[in-house]
Design a protein around this ligand. Structure first.
Ligand SMILES: [Mg+2]
Length: 184
């Protein structure tokens, strides 16, 4: 996990930290910095796009970090109601999008705080999308961690080449070799 230097004029889509994968996230460090609550994006962060189960090593890794935090949740724009088993497997709550409350809206993140019973300054958002996850959560006051997306992308993201656009956006904030390392 790499910390990015933020200034007053740094755009909100620039995350506080970058990690090449979930197991590259230094959860103990987050805790040390006052993070007691964590929200995870689901698609391309915990699981493949529309996936339902996590890789066993990922699950074991997250379970081993669960005790560091008071609560954590899955905060997803998925409308289908199929995230509960995934959440149960890592002792997380679920905050799902509704038709009008979706990431990156502030209202969505307010629901995350409500579910976790947390304050913005002690809550971190972990996700793969610069706008939905990083920009939205930063605007709502959270610490943000951008992770390299898992395999399959949302077809729309493939069409709009979202990942390429994100990489380009971020290249101004990190040396290119780090971006390559993040998304091989
Ligand atoms: Mg995602």
């Amino acid at each position: 996990m790499i910390a990015l230097k933020r200034g007053a004029r740094t755009p909100r889509f620039v995350p506080d930290y970058m990690a090449s994968s979930l197991d590259d996230i230094d959860f103990a460090l987050l805790k040390k910095h006052g993070i007691h609550y964590v929200a995870f994006d689901a698609d391309s962060t915990l699981v493949n796009f529309r996936g339902k189960t996590m890789m066993r090593v990922t699950k074991q890794f997250l379970r081993s970090k669960r005790h560091l935090f008071k609560k954590w949740c899955i905060a997803s724009n998925r409308i289908t109601n199929d995230l509960q088993p995934l959440a149960n497997s890592i002792e997380a709550k679920v905050v799902r999008a509704t038709l009008f409350t979706r990431k990156p809206s502030k209202r969505f993140f307010e629901r995350v705080y409500k579910e976790l019973n947390s304050k913005p300054a002690e809550t971190a958002m972990i996700g793969d999308k610069l706008i939905a996850d990083m920009w939205g959560a930063k605007r709502a006051g959270m610490t943000t961690i951008w992770v390299g997306g898992l395999g399959n992308d949302n077809p729309l993201d493939r069409i709009f080449r979202t990942r390429q656009v994100e990489r380009k956006l971020m290249s101004a904030y990190r040396p290119v070799e780090n971006i390559k390392k993040l998304k091989p």
